[in-house]
Design a protein around this ligand. Sequence first.
Ligand SMILES: Cc1cc2nc3c(=O)[nH]c(=O)nc-3n(C[C@H](O)[C@H](O)[C@H](O)COP(=O)(O)OP(=O)(O)OC[C@H]3O[C@@H](n4cnc5c(N)ncnc54)[C@H](O)[C@@H]3O)c2cc1C
Length: 286
Amino acid sequence: MGELVHAEPMNRHTSWRVGGNADRCYRPSGIEDLSEFLRSLPKEEPVEVVGLGSNLLVRDGGIRGTVILMHKVLDRLCEEDGLIHAQAGVACAKVARFSAQREWRGAEFLAGIPGTIGGALAMNAGCYGGETWNIVEKVEAMGRDGVVKVRYPEEYRIGYRSVVKPAQEWFVSAWFRLVPGKGGMDEIRSMLKKRIASQPLSFPNAGSVFRNPEGNYAARLIESCGLKGKKMGGAMVSEKHANFIVNTGTARASDIESLIEFVQEKVLKETGIRLEREVRIIGEAA
Ligand SMILES: Cc1cc2nc3c(=O)[nH]c(=O)nc-3n(C[C@H](O)[C@H](O)[C@H](O)COP(=O)(O)OP(=O)(O)OC[C@H]3O[C@@H](n4cnc5c(N)ncnc54)[C@H](O)[C@@H]3O)c2cc1C
């Protein structure tokens, strides 16, 4: 049996450390248990799936309905018929290290993504030239009816930091096809060094707030508008990386959302380019 809690503060489950309560929060004990739980819910109950909340702004009024938490619960990771098989709650960094240690190359970039495999599949997360769906052989997805289907990349519309999938269907595991080779751990170490040097990791954040527009960089555009250090309440455009908004300690979700909108408007006015959000915003205003 999994664990159901009521009035769970979502600031415990988001990397920005903000957000109101979810009415109900469920941690399944496994795929079968998740399936049974989903089938037991009333049809009208809204469901949100959350991984490590590293790309998520939950508004201060919280979430009406049930949040399913996957991190550390759907956590099987193994090598199977020459593929790496990871359940959706496994941290991306763990998959990167597991694969490199077994002398598979191609998953090193996952070490730089502080989310789960489920979140990486939903976002087509990537960095340093690697993208999640480039290494996916197939996935298992579960519908609201609790039925698990095996699906292949060609069944999804996959783009830069975006994946169009059936609504009310979630990833529960993925198989990755990698290439044999040594040296993965060295690449992971050097990549992590670069990240530490360029990202404001000492303040809560959600990585890049905006997608890079074609042929340009969101950070460059934001910096060119003089917005580094711009504050609203406890939210601030990072001095170190202009595409990051950090929680300086006292931010509410509304501060972060207002700052996101302010940056979008200012960049549009000054450059004519409309920045599109990469971070997802859910829940109700307080
Ligand atoms: C410091 C920092 C650096 C970052 N750097 C990068 C980077 O280089 N590249 C990059 O791409 N991202 C980066 N990110 C953003 C983030 O880590 C990724 O988007 C990551 O894939 C989100 O995973 P998550 O488990 O935290 O998902 P969450 O934030 O929990 O959820 C994100 C979205 O995915 C959905 N989702 C989560 N799990 C599932 C599932 N099992 N099935 C279906 N939908 C699901 C959620 O409903 C939500 O809509 C960074 C974030 C931080 C904080």
